[in-house]
Design a protein around this ligand. Sequence first.
Ligand code: PXP
Length: 250
Amino acid sequence: MVSESYVRLGVNIDHVATIRNARGSMYPDPVEAAILAQNEGADGITAHLREDRRHIRDEDIDGLIAALNIPLNFEMAATEEMQKIALKHKPHAVCLVPEKREERTTEGGLDVLRDEKNLRAFIKPLNEAGCRVSLFIAAVPAQVDAAKRVGAAVVELHTGAYCDYFYETKHAQCEAEFENLKNMCGYAHSIGLEVHAGHGLTYETVKPIAAFSELKELNIGHFLISDAIFNGLGTSIKKMKKYIEEARAS
Ligand code: PXP
């Protein structure tokens, strides 16, 4: 039985596809990476099908659905096109993220408050199809409240700012953002939302976040795929899991 305090590690395989697409080749295959991650202890796989298909492509999602025994967290923007794809595949989880064509990665969280009415209508059929809907948001109370109101089961707290401040050695801002994340993790849990976190996490930044007692899942991609270039994906996943487990034990 999985312990109450266990934090799942979702491995984001987008950047395996980034490398493949850089040369227009057939390799490395993100589906093969996902199967390897599954065999090496990943608790779930995350893949973001962006509107511009810059990394993951439609056929990768088909392959992931066919190959995985662990849950797929399908990351997508709240568009009609993506909703159709999600409803076709009915993945375990759908994580809604903001998306801009010109951004390098997902910048900032979803503005649930501003888009409350549309998001409520957008989420309903996904909930009815049995997908656990997660909203990727900044650690702001009003966004957490809005996420609850629109019918999300999960919020994923955006750890990008905390990680950026950490590496820019902006200690005061890093600490302030960390406190926000910690408080929002507790608050979201207290109003009945499951709490996940992710973005920019590394071996150095993961432990304090993994220690939040209410946290259920971490989604990590860019750093794990980068570390895997030197150490192999299995080693990188096991090391990250070890840090997470140590944080839970302390
Ligand atoms: N969670 C969400 C919602 C994301 O959009 C991303 C980036 O695709 C991640 C987690 C993983 O972030 P990173 O690749 O920086 O670890």
